[in-house]
Design a protein around this ligand. Sequence first.
Ligand code: AMP
Ligand code: MG
Length: 370
Amino acid sequence: MEVKRKEQRDMNTKRIILKDRENPDSEQLKEPAKILREGGLVAFPTETVYGLGANALNEEAAKKIYEAKGRPSDNPLIAHIADFNDLLPLVTKVPEAGRKLMEAFWPGPLTLIFPKSSLVPYGTTGGLDTVAVRMPADPAASALIRLAGVPIAAPSANTSGRPSPTTADHVWQDMNGKIQMIVDGGAVGIGVESTIIDVSGEEPMILRPGAVTQEMASAVLGKEICLDPAIISGPLKADVKPKAPGMKYKHYAPKADLTLIEGETDAVVLAINKLAEEKLEAGYRVGVICTDETSDLYPGGIIRSIGSRLKEESVAHNLYAVLREFDDLDADYIFSESFSRSHLGQAIMNRLTKAAGYHIIKVDREEQEE
Ligand code: AMP
Ligand code: MG
């Protein structure tokens, strides 16, 4: 499939600042809703990350998303809806597992994959017979989608290959001149993309971990839900067909060489300091991704806390902003602490390990032998 990577910035991008994201003023949202309805592109905040919206039922509009992001056109888009009634026209079937998960987590940070109806163009689904649907909880996103009156395809509003945007400024850096409008609602809440669960097959399966965790979904379904093997094992081999087509593309990689150090915290701090010192002595710009609990323990390098270990939501919230900052600072090497791989930690580690190109150093002997 054709990949358009030509940098085109020939549009005058308007930016509107929401007066109240919790209670959006429909007068303010009339213009972006009209742009969306008429086939244009508008970036807007959701509770996960900023989305780059277009009419999901209009193939030409979906095409513009791929152009603005430089995204391969067989990497499908998620259709965002405002009400439960909006789902039925898009799908041919709502399997039992899908119904249970929707009832438990919609509106919220959960995307479900259903068999698609003929209403949804292949230009939105990357040629697949399934469609990914989410009902965002963010009041501004919800009001905008409802006003537009059509389902809105909205991938993350970043240039393909950059970290997802969690503020309107991030969107501006990537999309200024390429889209009609940015709706600025300040920083998003969660900070990592939605959980994706495929309910179109025999067994539901998590294709991307997010804030609706494996534990939460399993509890609702009454049995352990599996993760797609690619999430656990890392990069796909050429002959494996990925369930989420996005998995086969090169994921975001920071400009710097990022390494995760995993193990017991004291040992991790020691190891990072040793690695950082070596690189600093060799004259490199070195970044350290640490936590509020450990930030005093690093004497050298550019030290950034990603959040508190006691509050994993804060780590998810800051993750992409910290990675963007290190890109802007032109770091050569980044050494990062690691997190648990359960609950929200699963989503955090999924994004961090991908960003590190699966380069992980284990310093905890016991864990290594397990
Ligand atoms: P983004 O829009 O950047 O949050 O990424 C959307 C993700 O959803 C990509 O990884 C897609 O591959 C995945 N996705 C969208 N639609 C489908 C579908 N019908 N089947 C499987 N994965 C999908
Ligand atoms: Mg994305």
